[in-house]
Design a protein around this ligand. Structure first.
Ligand code: SF4
Length: 247
């Protein structure tokens, strides 16, 4: 017994008491900030492997950014990554970070369907579909449910059947091979339901955006309720995005 108490004292808290207030230490890369120092914009744009940077004024689109850090490494006087992990949004336009405007990225509560908060505010069961994912986002989603992050304390859990789910959370760029499976899953979930894109690959295709192996046509007919950027997103980004959407 004494030995066990010693181990507990030595290990300290094995959980995050309040994930909504937790901070992620550097070198984590969260929301970027773009300064007003003039740089060679063409070189800056060309250094990005995913086409996430545009110029005049300089902007970074987090829907395309894979958080590789190359732009901040090459142009530290212009771009830095903060440790602000709360970067989920429900509008694609809100994922664009603009030079000199270092606003927080927030969910536009005015455009959230009120039924989402009423229905899912205290319990949200999600069916996760890895549509060509590389297991990075899937690992972080798994971490959301571990003893450390404990997303289940908010009633948010993943379930094994779309029939038991309130929504679908997609990872991966949506490959042709998974397009029909994703549609079948979405159709099998009873309404009301929500649709979430998690990770840069799901949001825009990421580095696979131009691949002929993708079939993202399902997105033409579905309203996306939440975009969770990152490659992969941090568990705290995922948890805070889901909580802000549903509460
Ligand atoms: S961190 Fe994002 S914006 Fe910067 S180079 Fe990498 S992908 Fe492009």
């Amino acid at each position: 017994m004494l030995q066990e108490i010693k181990i507990i004292q030595h290990n300290g808290k094995q959980f995050i008491p309040d994930p909504t207030k937790a901070e992620v230490p550097s070198p984590f890369r969260g929301r970027p900030e773009i300064g007003t120092t003039p740089v060679d914009e063409t070189a800056l744009i060309n250094c990005c492997p995913t086409g996430a940077i545009s110029g005049n004024p300089v902007r970074i689109d987090l829907a395309k950014c894979n958080f590789c850090g190359e732009c901040a490494f090459r142009f530290p006087q212009k771009i830095k990554f903060t440790n602000d992990h709360k970067i989920s949004a429900n509008k694609l336009t809100d994922l664009v970070v603009t030079e000199g405007l270092n606003n927080k990225i927030e969910i536009d509560q005015a455009s959230v369907d009120p039924q989402i908060k009423v229905t899912f505010g205290r319990s949200l069961k999600l069916r996760q579909v890895s549509a060509g994912g590389d297991n990075s986002c899937e690992l972080e989603l798994n971490a959301c449910g571990n003893a450390n992050f404990d997303m289940g304390r908010y009633g948010i859990e993943f379930v094994a059947s779309p029939r038991h789910a309130d929504g679908v959370l997609v990872t991966g760029p949506i490959t042709e091979n998974m397009a029909e499976a994703l549609k079948i899953t979405w159709d099998a979930i009873p309404s009301p339901k929500i649709f979430i894109l998690c990770g840069v690959d799901a949001i825009s295709g990421g580095i696979f955006a131009d691949s002929a192996a993708l079939n993202r046509s399902i997105l033409e007919n579905i309203k996306v309720d939440l975009y969770i950027p990152g490659n992969p997103p941090h568990p705290l980004t995922i948890i805070n995005g889901l909580l802000t959407l549903t509460r």
